[in-house]
Design a protein around this ligand. Structure first.
Ligand code: NAP
Length: 338
């Protein structure tokens, strides 16, 4: 076993979009598991938009990182030493490893992976993002056949799952994605009925494009991004429409580009009698076993598909993360550790 481990720490709180100087590569002594813990050699790391929120020194639903802390994140890896019941050397597990080559996890906070599917699926389609989509669509989207759903970041792990689940329940699905290639993937790979490139439009022309793609109006707007997409969608919402509010990535680094402003948003919710539900997946973990039971066979049978974007090497995690926040990823962003 090596005597040293490496990790990526937050070197300072970003101002606006994160830059390379906000991260540092640190080396340290290999941690030792205590009673009830396992030591894991990390092989795959998940990069997720929520990590930008953790880097901000503000009170939120989860504590923010302090300078010097290891970047938060879920990983997959092999147990290389175990002092926890039920885990043995060589077991493949997933848990909150952070951006690190090795991590000590409590046995009760790690999950063994024993499916035949690729282990990376535990970070995307069969992990937190897929579970978020499944939960929010059912609880807050309340889809009905014949309705129309719109989702942005449509080729990412949340959007792609939302689109595929809605389509399988008989909805018309409209993707919003960044660039013609992602729009092609949205329709050809994920089965969306239409796809619109948000980068080719301002809010007004995006609204026109949406009017054509959703001629009967929008019943469910799955909110991943905020910004001009929200501005374009709101006037097209049908009465009693639903908005599962999952993320607002357009605003994560502080930009505030919605022209119409709060009174318009608030008035739309009133006049259209919209149901807007904030969704934080941590509130719903007790449903995770049901999700796996229902969705794993569909993934195994290719009824639900997924895409991954794999960066190589822990040292490249910051660059991959910064790119993902700007749409540089196509599919679930993973880092493969060497
Ligand atoms: N509430 C929860 O519990 C929860 C859980 C998981 C995820 N989320 C949220 O769900 C959303 C999607 O997550 P994910 O993991 O599936 O991410 P993802 O799609 O893999 O990556 C983020 C994507 O957001 C899009 N994007 C970035 N800036 C944008 C902008 N200004 N306007 C429109 N699109 C923009 C980009 O796609 P394009 O290139 O296609 O624009 C980018 O690839 C995020 O907001 C995330 O924070 C919330």
């Amino acid at each position: 076993m090596p005597s040293q481990m490496t990790r990526i720490a937050m070197a300072r709180h970003p101002e606006g979009d994160p830059v390379a100087e906000d991260f540092s590569l640190e080396r340290g002594a290999m941690p030792e598991p205590a009673e009830g813990e396992i030591l894991v050699e990390v092989t795959l790391l998940s990069l997720d938009p929520y990590m930008r929120g953790r880097m901000a020194p503000v009170k939120s639903y989860a504590p923010s990182l302090s300078v010097g802390d290891t970047m938060t994140g879920q990983g997959v890896g092999r147990v290389i030493s175990s002092k926890a019941d039920g885990f043995a050397e060589g077991d493949l597990v997933t848990g909150m490893t952070g951006w690190a080559s090795h991590a000590v996890l409590k046995g009760n906070e790690a999950r063994k992976l024993d499916s035949d599917l690729p282990p990376s699926t535990a970070l995307g389609v069969l992990g937190m993002p897929g579970f978020t989509a499944w939960t929010g669509l059912k609880k807050y989207g309340r889809p009905k056949a014949g309705e129309t759903l719109v989702v942005a970041a449509a080729t990412g792990p949340v959007g792609a799952m939302v689109g595929q689940l809605a389509k399988s329940q008989g909805l018309r699905t409209v993707a919003i994605a960044g660039g013609p290639e992602k729009c092609r993937i949205a329709t050809e790979t994920f089965g969306f009925d239409a796809a619109i490139d948000h980068r080719a439009h301002d809010a007004a022309s995006l609204r026109k494009a949406l009017e054509e793609a959703a001629p009967d109006g929008i019943d469910i707007y799955w909110e991943n991004v905020g910004g001009k997409v929200l501005e374009a969608v709101l006037p097209l919402m049908n009465v009693h429409g639903r908005i599962p509010l999952c993320g607002t990535i357009a605003w994560y680094s502080g930009s505030d580009d919605i022209a119409d402003g709060l009174p318009t948003v608030w008035r739309s919710i009133l006049t259209k009698r919209l149901s807007v539900n904030g969704l934080i997946i941590f509130d719903h973990w007790d449903g995770f076993p049901d999700f796996l039971r229902e969705v794993t066979p569909k993934v195994a049978a290719d009824q639900i598909t997924w895409l991954e974007d794999v960066a190589e090497g822990l040292e490249n995690a910051p660059a991959a993360f910064m790119a993902m926040l700007k749409g540089g990823n196509t599919g679930k962003q993973i880092v493969k550790l060497s």
